[in-house]
Design a binder for this molecule. Structure first.
Ligand SMILES: Cc1cc2nc3c(=O)[nH]c(=O)nc-3n(C[C@H](O)[C@H](O)[C@H](O)COP(=O)(O)OP(=O)(O)OC[C@H]3O[C@@H](n4cnc5c(N)ncnc54)[C@H](O)[C@@H]3O)c2cc1C
Length: 133
């Protein structure tokens, strides 16, 4: 039986805040799992991807996430530019979620699995509910 200290921190949602939390947890050496209801990182932001935000890039990039991305030779956008939601996902959240430090710990529920229920096991694998006929 696992003790609470052996269990990962569970982050709900792979949006800008959830992925930033994951980057900070990684930096601190704390085990984590990110559970995302959508198919991809930034699924909620993607829904308004055509809209340009009012905060320039410099305020949208988390410092811990930036450190991880820089190690991976990420090319940062113009920090004064205003991205669209889609650019926020494509140019920041997706590359962040693909990093080997984060990717293995991100779990998505997608498509026909949208009604999935996650069960936290020792390795925090998602468990899909049986389909109703
Ligand atoms: C049109 C628009 C323009 C905006 N412009 C700006 C701006 O210029 N500057 C600014 O600071 N903010 C702006 N915002 C707000 C910004 O989008 C949010 O502050 C930011 O996305 C919050 O990040 P988040 O990760 O907390 O939440 P979200 O981006 O909402 O991400 C949450 C994630 O969690 C997932 N999720 C939700 N429920 C569950 C669940 N039960 N289980 C698992 N996963 C779940 C969602 O699918 C999503 O991927 C704007 C918002 C909109 C709609």
């Amino acid at each position: 039986m696992s003790t609470p200290n052996e269990l990962p921190v569970v982050v709900i949602g792979a949006g800008p805040v959830g992925l930033a939390a994951a980057a900070h947890l990684h930096e601190r050496g704390i085990a984590f799992t990110v559970l995302e209801a959508g198919d991809t990182p930034g699924a909620a932001v993607r829904q308004w991807g055509h809209v340009r935000v009012f905060s320039p890039w410099r305020y949208n990039i988390d410092p811990a996430a930036r450190r991880l991305l820089d190690e991976a030779d990420w090319v940062a956008p113009d920090l004064e530019a205003l991205p669209t939601g889609a650019e926020l996902v494509d140019d920041y959240l997706q590359p962040l979620a693909q990093l080997p430090q984060l990717k293995p710990y991100l779990r998505y529920a997608s498509g026909s699995r949208r009604s999935a229920a996650w069960a936290l096991t020792g390795c925090a694998l998602p468990v899909v509910s049986p389909r109703r006929s």
